[in-house]
Ligand binder design. Structure first.
Ligand code: SAH
Length: 390
């Protein structure tokens, strides 16, 4: 097997078990380099570090799959890993829907699999993982006997790996509008054309966190997508709920979801740019008991992080202005570039600017089926905060 030797000074990141080896961390390679192949990685002192897949086209030259020198990376390996991931989710109480595989946090770099009851959506975002797609699909078939498997590899990062963007059926074709149950509600998931894998499972535990504060409340939710938080608010007894999204398609889906749950009278949706509308409604003197914000990642690169900070501050400031004294702001951020401490700082700045005191109710992260590996910053990406705005 090809052997990759690292430079004498390796970053603490690799020493502490991070699975990415950047090209500039490598001293020399002994053996052939074929994109997607399994290679062994050693320190400068020739101590074994791990084995993983290599891609000379990628800045991340190797991604480690195993720290065990004896472990054979073959079809059975993927079967074992997928079973272990499912056992873990079941232990945490997930039965119907969950992120079954969360890439690096499950020691399966660049593999994402979401389970929507009997349907599976898969993303293989690196060449070395893409190569094992048939093994992964076999394992899914063995463990779950799924009704359908769909590939959502229409993601730009694949191009950094020399892979095409593509999507389509991996199983026999099926109706890609599936209905899932979450917290006693029903949601339609558009596997083929929805955002990312079709549905944001990462907020499924957080959606329950609004249960008590929305009772009898007038609720505004911006960045609603398919209306999940807003429909939960209706279900938990809100007096009125308005959900906003810039995408007309999202709003239509959100309306259908409200109907599906018999909540159309209480939960309404509008197509709008949240930045503009929140500003206008403040001018108009509107007030809400609860304002919920779940914006998209405002940046994907460290170079433009200031843009994200400005975006988060601005939208939260506008949100807070609309909250009645003693009401609540429910606010999220989904970029790992803004780590939890920085997010809290941004919220504090916004509160200071609007001269309101905020009292923290809860501060959470993504749901437990998207595990956080301590010390692996990019696995800790979602911030979910509820504050009372005094
Ligand atoms: N809360 C949702 C996920 C939101 S994803 C859930 O739990 O499922 C972010 C959403 O913000 C997307 O649907 C996107 O269309 C919307 N969006 C992006 N920019 C916006 C803007 N300026 N105003 C309103 N919505 C916006």
């Amino acid at each position: 097997m090809t052997q990759v030797f690292l430079r004498r000074k390796i970053s603490p990141r690799v020493a502490n078990g991070h699975p990415w080896i950047f090209a500039n961390e490598v001293d020399r390679i002994e053996g052939e380099v074929n994109g997607g192949d399994t290679v062994q990685v050693f320190g400068h002192d020739k101590k074994f570090i791990g084995q993983g897949y290599i891609n000379p086209k990628s800045q991340i030259l190797v991604r480690l799959l195993s720290r065990n020198r004896e472990e054979v990376i073959d079809e059975a390996f993927f079967g074992r890993r997928i079973r272990a991931c499912w056992e873990y989710r079941k232990k945490l109480g997930y039965t119907e829907n969950c992120r079954l595989i969360f890439g690096e946090a499950d020691a399966m770099p660049q593999l994402i699999i979401d389970k929507f009851n009997d349907y599976f959506v898969l993303q293989t975002l690196a060449l070395g993982m893409d190569k094992w797609k048939p093994a992964i699909v076999n394992a899914l078939n063995e463990v779950f006997s799924p009704k359908g498997i769909y590939e959502r590899n229409d993601v730009p990062v694949r191009e950094l790996e020399g892979l095409p963007q593509q999507k389509g059926f991996i199983s026999a074709p099926f109706d890609t509008n599936v209905i899932i149950n979450e917290n006693g509600l029903k949601f339609r998931v558009d596997i083929e054309n929805g955002q990312k894998t079709g549905y944001f499972l990462d907020q499924q535990d957080n959606r329950r966190a609004i249960q008590h504060i929305v009772k009898d409340a007038d609720v505004l939710g911006a960045f609603t997508y398919t209306g999940t938080f807003e429909i939960h608010a209706g279900h938990y007894g809100a007096k009125s709920v308005t959900g906003l999204d810039i995408s007309e398609n999202a709003v239509q889906q959100a309306r259908r979801n409200a109907e599906l749950n018999g909540l159309s009278d209480v939960v309404k949706f509008e197509t709008a740019n949240a930045f503009d509308v929140l500003k206008q409604w403040t001018k108009d003197g509107r007030k809400y008991d609860v304002v919920m914000l779940d914006p998209p990642a405002f940046t994907k690169s460290r170079e433009t992080i200031q843009k994200a900070i400005t975006g988060y501050k601005e939208i939260n400031l506008r949100g807070m202005k609309l909250v009645k004294p003693g009401g609540f702001l429910v606010t999220s951020s989904c970029t790992n570039l803004v780590q939890p401490d920085l997010f809290l700082e941004i919220i504090d700045m916004a509160a200071k600017d609007v001269r309101r005191t905020i009292r923290q109710v809860c501060f959470q992260t993504q749901s437990a089926d998207h595990p956080v590996i301590r010390g692996m910053e990019n696995t800790h990406y979602l911030k979910f905060l509820i504050v009372q705005v005094l």
